[in-house]
Design a protein around this ligand. Structure first.
Ligand code: ADP
Ligand code: MG
Length: 345
């Protein structure tokens, strides 16, 4: 069975600018994929290529096994059965919510159209809003209308370009979770584009991390966080310190943090420099530990203190400790490094 969406070695150029290079990824029916990365990494370009607004300069895009883009073949956007949702909602301000959602259904008989619109508004939790106008809705509600409108013509796939970025951050994550449930309920295949990892984590089944037009890592959220394969991925996803340490000997090769080799970390040669990614939750307060690090700063977070600690050589790590662990700046905090989560690069 062909996958719902398949990109094979896709490149997109704007003149001399290579905006996306050698991109391959695919989604099965009902899967939600995410293109994640900093501004300018080529996310919108790839969505526009999938929607048919940008020709590809190499590679191919297929939808449901049908070739829709290659350097010599380009199915026009209106024939692709692709739905799009944008950052700024782009609802028609002079049309009611009902007419906005029904916009792509003008070929249906009036009754049928009405029925579909009602069903979709019900689905996005706005059943009572059909007669209102966009300016009478909150940002989150408008975005749900935009989603209902994109779903109305029953596209093969929905493309969402930073759909929550104009909303405040608390609402963003809630809406991402809601939209995910909605898409899953209808088994809709979707590609989400965002620079916000929390949005990506809340919504996607799989994440393709991009940098400068290229794929850095395609993985689950869990693996991107716990097993980043490059410096870029380690720095982009989550908080953490990237320490450079010297392997001492076979038994205990990172004495500064009390790490010893195991099957996960491997056995670097004594004397080798190793890079270790340490997340704040990997540094655990432990009164029994012989590793004592100086507190440089601490920030009260309510339930926790976020401590910034100095290693003997001056490198810094962060530690999340219960706010009952109350150690002043300049004093030593005994900690244990949670080896299971530590990533060697
Ligand atoms: P993102 O959506 O990840 O922020 P874009 O896909 O918009 O990134 O842009 C990727 C790269 O392509 C950027 O370097 C951008 O400047 C360039 N770019 C985007 N659109 C055009 C265009 N129409 N003409 C020329 N360069 C473009
Ligand atoms: Mg963009």
């Amino acid at each position: 069975m062909p996958r719902q969406l398949e990109l094979q070695s896709v490149s997109v150029n704007y003149g001399d600018v290579v905006a996306a290079k050698d991109i391959s990824f695919g989604l099965g029916a009902g899967e939600i994929g995410c293109l994640l990365g900093p501004s300018g990494c080529g996310k919108t370009t790839l969505l526009r290529a999938i929607a048919g607004f940008e020709p590809v300069s190499a590679g191919s895009i297929s939808l449901h096994g049908e070739l829709i883009s290659s350097p010599s073949h380009n199915v026009p956007p209106e024939q692709r059965r692709v739905g799009m949702v944008f950052q700024d909602f782009a609802l028609f301000p002079h049309l009611s919510i009902e007419d906005n959602v029904g916009f792509g259904l003008r070929t249906l008989a009036r009754r049928e159209r009405r029925r579909r619109v009602e069903e979709l508004l019900e689905l996005v939790g706005l059943g009572d809003f059909h007669a209102r106008f966009p300016h009478e809705l909150s940002g989150g509600q408008q975005q749900r209308v935009a989603l209902a409108r994109a779903l109305a013509p029953e596209p093969e796939i929905i493309l969402l370009d930073e759909p929550f970025s104009s909303l405040d951050s608390a609402l963003r994550e809630t809406l991402a979770v809601e939209v995910r449930a909605l898409l899953k309920a209808r088994n809709v295949t979707a590609v989400l584009v965002t620079h916000d990892q929390h949005e990506a984590f809340a919504m996607a089944d799989s994440i393709t991390l991009l940098n400068e037009g290229e794929i850095v890592q395609s993985d689950s959220a869990y693996n991107l966080y716990h097993h980043p394969r490059t410096r870029f991925a380690a720095a982009f996803i989550g908080d953490g310190a990237l320490l450079t340490l010297t392997a001492a000997d076979d038994k205990q090769w990172l004495p500064e943090i009390g790490l010893s080799p195991d099957s996960e970390t491997g056995h670097p040669e004594p004397g080798a420099l190793v890079q270790v990614l340490v997340r704040p939750e990997d540094v655990v307060y432990d009164p029994q530990s012989r590793v004592q690090l100086t507190v440089l700063r601490r920030a009260f977070r309510g339930a926790e203190f976020l401590y910034t600690l100095a290693l003997p050589d001056g490198q810094q790590v962060q530690c999340l400790a219960s706010s009952q662990v109350d150690v002043a700046t300049g004093e030593a905090l005994p900690v244990r490094f949670n080896q299971r989560h530590i990533v060697l690069l």
